[in-house]
Design a protein around this ligand. Structure first.
Ligand SMILES: [Ca+2]
Ligand SMILES: [Ca+2]
Length: 325
């Protein structure tokens, strides 16, 4: 536990501040951080699922009790190397009862995250500021359109950014324009309105959940990866490559292999024009393609150009493997 919190503990008559999720950050501190940096979400007025859901606390499986715009949060310390200062990673999850897009399905977990920094890990809330924001879109599929930006380019260093959630699919975008051009053309941001602020609920950490969030472990969705860091060393290297002005407020998704995917516009366009594939098929294709791309991305020198060529070959094989061509 950081020195400040230990000293605070010694001074407090009631013992140490509560840390229910056992990540060294006091509950109250985490909850205030979540409030300060909460994004402003825009949703489609005609979205079939209306708003993100609140789920029944203590349940073994996710059961929506209200579609009220609830946002679930997570805050944890992030260890980094070669950087001065201290860091937190903050997640905001918008969880839906229904994905109503192509190949729709029950339960839909999407999220936005931020990297925060301060001079000390026990710095007060007002000393923390956001460095980068990331918005997930079709994560872990060939249509991965994860987008990131420097916080200052979004005017979101001391507060949350505006985020647009695509109609029916709920992919997250840091600009409205991105929603129109990314995600294999399947995303629409139409009739967008600012969502009402529902409850903001801290999930805690995977092994020590808070607020009765046991339901995240049940159901058909895969929630555990959502609790893992987005700002890995590889991802941070990509974010660092953003221009100082945060030009376009966008970069490709987090993993280097996915960056290659997005850079391979010709290959991705080929998949798009194949046209009738489902998200499930794309996920299968992604698994086929990842191995070759991993190898390409781990190389040095002109790895990118070689990886792009590899991408085309891999996508062709993947498409054949999934019957897309
Ligand atoms: Ca904690
Ligand atoms: Ca936490």
């Amino acid at each position: 536990m950081p020195v400040f919190f230990i000293l605070l503990w010694l001074l407090l008559p009631d013992g140490p501040p509560a840390d229910a999720d056992q990540d060294s950050l006091p509950d109250e501190f985490e909850d205030r951080i979540l409030q300060v940096f909460r994004p402003k979400f825009h949703v489609s007025r005609t979205d079939c699922d209306v708003l993100p859901s609140e789920f029944e606390p203590g349940a073994k499986a996710p059961k929506s009790v209200a579609r009220n715009g609830a946002i679930y949060g997570q805050v944890f310390p992030l260890a980094t190397t070669g950087r001065s200062g201290f860091f937190l990673e903050v997640h905001y999850l918008h969880l839906w009862k229904q994905d109503c897009g192509r190949a729709g399905h029950a339960l839909d977990a999407e999220h936005v995250s931020a990297l925060l920094t301060a001079p000390a890990i026990d710095a007060p809330v007002h000393d923390w500021k956001a460095v980068y924001w990331y918005a997930a879109a079709h994560e872990d599929t060939l249509c991965d359109a994860g987008n990131g930006a420097r916080a200052e380019s979004l005017d979101a260093e001391r507060k949350g950014p505006h985020v647009w959630l695509s109609h029916g699919k709920h992919a997250s975008y840091l600009t409205l324009e991105l929603c129109k051009v990314r995600g294999c053309g399947g995303d629409l941001c139409r009739d967008m309105v600012l969502a009402p602020e529902g409850p903001l609920i801290n999930l805690g950490e995977w092994d020590h959940l808070r607020n009765g969030a046991t339901w995240v472990r049940g159901g058909p969705w895969s929630m555990k990866p959502k609790f893992q860091p987005d700002f890995t060393p590889a991802a941070l290297a990509m974010f660092d490559g953003l221009g100082p002005e945060g030009s376009g407020s966008v970069n490709s998704s987090l993993a280097p292999v996915k960056a290659v995917m997005m850079a391979g516009g010709e290959a991705a366009g080929g998949v798009q024009t194949a046209g009738q594939q489902t998200d499930k098929a794309l996920q299968k294709a992604d698994r086929h393609a990842t191995s070759a791309l991993d190898q390409a991305a781990s190389s040095t020198g002109n790895a990118l150009s070689r990886a792009l060529r590899s991408t085309g070959r891999s996508l062709k094989k993947a498409a054949e493997a999934t019957g897309l061509k």
